[in-house]
Design a protein around this ligand. Structure first.
Ligand SMILES: *Cc1c(COP(=O)(O)O)cnc(C)c1O
Length: 219
């Protein structure tokens, strides 16, 4: 396996202040352990049950990030342990996360997902929806979630100018949001194919799967 070498290569290409989330969806615990043994502690999954099952058999100091689209009825399966939820794309979902976090007597860190791509299929909020959430009085009453920043996914395209434009837009929304929520600090953008551009445009958290673990097999 090449995982250790791939991980080291990716890490070397990242500035020190950029956090690497190793995206391990569809990968086995053995593969995850190879990255763990090479020093990686933050892993990202896009299915709640898969994440919860893998966690059972892996070291307890792993930080698990939920990076995918999240259904409200799944939040309860990860509320006890999830370290960061990247894909919060509705107020209803945020309220459910708050409710489940309260049951476990903890605060769950969250990122609000913005829709920056051209594809309609991608999830996320527009600026109006973002503002509606962050300025509502109900939002201020949610004591068991903490908004740590924003997340977004660029269009799947070879057009690097377009990808750059989308990341630049997300960075501008992040800067604007910071004037309302000064405590936010995380801008999660960039995957295997576009993370170099994302980092140039101000990302400080990248979510990288195939460049570390190789191509995914969906069986
Ligand atoms: C799968 C996934 C990634 C990683 O994709 P790669 O192209 O394999 O690096 C990043 N972010 C999200 C939300 C994903 O679902």
């Amino acid at each position: 396996m090449q995982i250790k070498e791939n991980l080291q290569h990716v890490k070397k290409s990242l500035p020190e202040d950029v956090t690497l989330v190793a995206v391990s969806k569809t990968k086995s615990n053995e593969e995850i352990l190879e990255a763990y043994d090479a020093g990686q502690r933050i892993f990202g999954e896009n299915r709640v049950q898969e994440m919860a099952e893998k966690r059972q058999g892996l070291p307890k100091d792993i930080e698990w990030h939920m990076i995918g689209h999240l259904q409200r009825n799944k939040v309860k399966y990860m509320a006890e342990f999830v370290a960061l939820v990247h894909g919060v794309d509705s107020f209803r979902l945020l309220k459910e996360i708050n409710k489940q976090a309260e049951k476990h007597n903890r605060t769950i860190p969250c990122l609000l997902q913005m829709h920056i791509a051209e594809e309609e299929t991608k999830y996320g909020l527009d600026e109006k929806e973002l503002n509606e959430i962050t300025t509502s009085s109900e939002f201020k009453s949610l004591k068991n979630i903490k908004i740590e920043g924003l997340m977004g996914m660029a269009t799947f395209t070879d057009n690097m100018d377009q990808i750059r434009k989308e990341f630049r837009y997300l960075k501008s929304v992040f800067d604007k949001t910071k004037t309302q929520l000064p405590e936010i600090s995380i801008l999660s953008m960039g995957m295997s194919g576009d993370y170099h551009i994302a980092v140039e445009e101000g990302s400080n958290m990248v979510r990288i799967g195939s460049s570390i673990f190789g191509a995914r097999n969906y069986s």
